[in-house]
Ligand binder design. Sequence first.
Ligand code: ZN
Length: 400
Amino acid sequence: MIDAALYRRLFGELAAIGREPGGWNRMAWGPGEDAARDWFRATAAALGLEIVQDPAANLWAIEPGAGEGPFDAVGSHVDSVADGGAYDGALGVVCGLVAVEAARRAGGAPRPLAVGAMVDEEGPRFGAAIFGSRALTGELDIDGVLARSDPDGNVLRDLAAGRGVTAATLRAAPAFLPRVGSWIEVHVEQGRALADVPAPLGVATALAARERWRCTLRGASDHAGTAAMAGRRDALIPAARAVLAAHDLASAEPGAVATVGRIAALPGSTNQVPGEARLSLDVRAPAQAALERVRDGVQAAAHADGVEAEWSLETADPGCVFDAGLRAALHEAARAEGLAAADLAAYAGHDAGVLARHLPAAMLFVRNPTGISHNPAETASEEDCLAACAVLARTLLRPR
Ligand SMILES: [Zn+2]
């Protein structure tokens, strides 16, 4: 049922956009994502689909004659991180186009079909990840996000206006949401669980709750030689305790992960006691309660006499549980295709995770033998990607 040659051609075409020696560069709100969006429009039109840009700049390729009623959508995003891989986002869009083409050829889908390409999913440029789905669902802090600038001084408000997106259109975007009847996102696996099962496909059970914190620790700088150990107010000591607590507490909490990825000691010289330390904390766990146990423990551990700790929350996302009906349908379709599919929790942000709070949504992961993502080393075999297309098409055609 799946046209393998079509898959190969479309994946090759999209992978040719933004390809540079260090990896794939299709940064949102710039020429890379623009070129990929142009490709999506032209490709979907050639497949006989009608292109609609919603008020948040997400692109929808919809079956002609769908009317204003809800459609069953599949898709992902076409932007990338800097020097990213070929599969993140792109695979979901290509599998979506190929699966919808196959389902339309087979005929009998109970609802109109559509492929979505969500805007600015990755978010490194303006720190506004999952922009398109958050705007669509009314979860976006519109004025705050539009005022942000990138490291080159470009303001998002100006770049968005170039695509016809303003504060007013963003406020109107949730009116489009009822048209999205369901959403299934195929995505390259961002870990290495499926290779060990082994299974070519994974059905996401839930998307982890996530928090990012910034911490400033203030002690007092002093002479590394003349200041006695007793009485020092070394700000790096509680920072070190936080790093170890993050590792130990997350290791003890099933499914939890915690990372201090950024740390600085100030003034930062060999012969001075650090008077100030700054660190980041990223905590993720399958349930909010587990996240809070790890986070509270790390914050309590980041303590030393004479050092004051100030924690500020950068981002928080409660995560989601994916739709039970769609998950069962994906498993059933995999069984019918003779394919193994494992249950898998997701730990990174995805449009599906935002949409799942508002409508039936699910994710289908494709085995990534390297386990690496956001890197040119991320990969998936063509056989596994075609398996995902087949499961997706069968799921769209299921009787309801
Ligand atoms: Zn992605």
